[in-house]
Design a protein around this ligand. Structure first.
Ligand SMILES: Cc1cc2nc3c(=O)[nH]c(=O)nc-3n(C[C@H](O)[C@H](O)[C@H](O)COP(=O)(O)OP(=O)(O)OC[C@H]3O[C@@H](n4cnc5c(N)ncnc54)[C@H](O)[C@@H]3O)c2cc1C
Length: 402
């Protein structure tokens, strides 16, 4: 096969978004994928409002709107099972779309742009020559295959061995989360809002049970918890879900009569965004670059936006004929410019509210007292709580839009 300017490893949302914008700008790009689309991806299936403009710019918004269930608010419950709801501004909502469908739509959009594509191709190694990435080695139809490129984009998700090879991997147990999700029918008491339940000290910091509705009675339900907290519980993430169902009022209501559809699936979520994600001839996008935020574990918008940044940085790198680490640092700068404020806000809210059950309780109380009938996003509401109730004086951009 001819040499490509860029090889993207992994055709998930991050890889396919990068491929879409690279092909659109006329770059010579190959994307390889170990699976075959449509394929499943364990996820809460929640797609927040911030990603809607990008979906529109890729011409896929209408298709996703067809399949996504709209939730115009966020519910939070505290350890005593008191709850509050943030009703989003008029016309705002989060989508809940199964990743089996969502990722396939993004993947097809990339292929329509004319990306060269090979599926059923598992990359096992980045080929290095004198400290620079030269391409990839993979397995296709049981045979070893080597492919060459000027830049390798690692977009192969949270379990990436290739990120490990490059030293990009996040290992901090306070910033590596475990996520477990299942689909359930006959879920009771849902109100068309995405739900985050903080039922016990053992989930702290920022661990929760989620309920993301897919219809009036069907939901994606899951557990999100740091590796460190999970170790402290002495339970598996699946046991934590059953503990919630059997011991908590809301848990009993939602899941008491619910029927699981298929198996529960668990996954690793590397957050923190602290590692370097560029090297000589190589960059990492999305979960392969630990781009999940550390409050809710959201990572889909981050992977897609990083894909846009990767396309921009790679186009400049190809134009300059410079694939060095120094040149590709700009990729990290672009990611920081697009996502840095959001990461900082998540981290600040994690530390100031979701590291203590008392603060979560106070947030719920404040919201019920002060924000009933007020339309605002969850982040906006939490910003108001920090400023008005806790006297927070730091930067509020991206958190509290006064
Ligand atoms: C349980 C759970 C719940 C979550 N809930 C949410 C949520 O509600 N909202 C949200 O925004 N985010 C959520 N996330 C995070 C979100 O799923 C990820 O951040 C997002 O999928 C990252 O996209 P990606 O393209 O980087 O990786 P992925 O979506 O994992 O895609 C990687 C692709 O690479 C392929 N691949 C892997 N290895 C190789 C290889 N060696 N060779 C070739 N191809 C390979 C895979 O088959 C896959 O198609 C959740 C995550 C988990 C685990």
């Amino acid at each position: 096969m001819k040499k490509h300017d860029i090889i993207i490893v992994g055709a998930g949302v991050g890889g396919s978004t990068a491929a879409y914008f690279m092909a659109k700008s006329g770059l010579n790009v190959l994307m390889v994928e170990k699976d075959q689309f449509p394929r499943d991806k364990p996820c809460g299936d929640g797609q927040v409002q911030s990603i809607h403009p990008l979906l529109k710019s890729m011409g896929v918004y209408d298709k996703i709107e067809k399949y996504g269930y709209k939730c115009p608010g966020t519910m939070i419950s505290d350890m005593d099972e008191n709850s509050c709801v943030f009703n989003y501004p008029e016309g705002d909502f989060a989508f809940c779309t199964p990743r089996y469908i969502f990722d396939d739509i993004i993947n097809k959009a990339a292929l329509k742009q004319g990306v060269d594509y090979i599926d059923n191709f598992e990359v096992i190694e980045v080929i290095m020559e004198r400290g620079k990435a030269k391409g990839i080695r993979g397995i296709q139809n049981g045979k070893f295959v080597e492919l060459e490129s000027n830049i390798v984009v690692l977009a192969n998700g949270a379990h990436s061995m290739l990120s490990r090879q490059m030293g990009f991997y996040e290992e901090d147990p306070e910033y590596v989360f475990y996520g477990l999700r299942g689909y359930f029918e006959n879920v009771r008491g849902m109100q068309d809002v995405i739900e985050f339940h903080y039922p016990d000290e053992m989930f702290i910091p920022s661990g929760y049970i989620w309920i993301f509705p897919m219809s009036k009675t069907k939901a994606n339900v899951g557990v999100f918890i740091t590796e460190k907290s999970l170790q402290g519980t002495g339970m598996t993430s699946e046991e934590l879900l059953w503990w919630w169902r059997d011991n908590k009022k809301i848990g009993k209501e939602r899941l008491g009569e619910a029927v699981p559809i298929g198996n529960l699936k668990g996954w690793r979520l590397p957050s923190g965004n602290k590692q370097k994600v560029y090297g000589n001839g190589v960059i990492a996008v999305g979960d392969a670059g630990n781009m999940i935020e550390s409050l809710y574990g959201g990572g889909l918008p981050h992977a897609m936006i990083a894909g846009v940044c990767a396309a921009k940085a790679c186009a400049e790198s190809i134009a300059a004929n410079d694939y060095s680490e120094e040149f590709l640092k700009r990729y990290s700068d672009y990611v920081d410019k697009e996502l840095g404020t959001g990461y900082k806000s998540s981290e600040m809210i994690r530390n100031m509210i979701f590291s203590s059950t008392k603060d979560i309780k106070d947030l719920v109380e404040f919201t019920n007292k002060n924000l009933k009938g007020v339309r605002c996003s969850g982040g906006d509401g939490m910003g108001r709580f920090l400023v008005q109730e806790r006297g927070y004086k730091g930067p509020t951009k991206g958190v509290y839009n006064k």
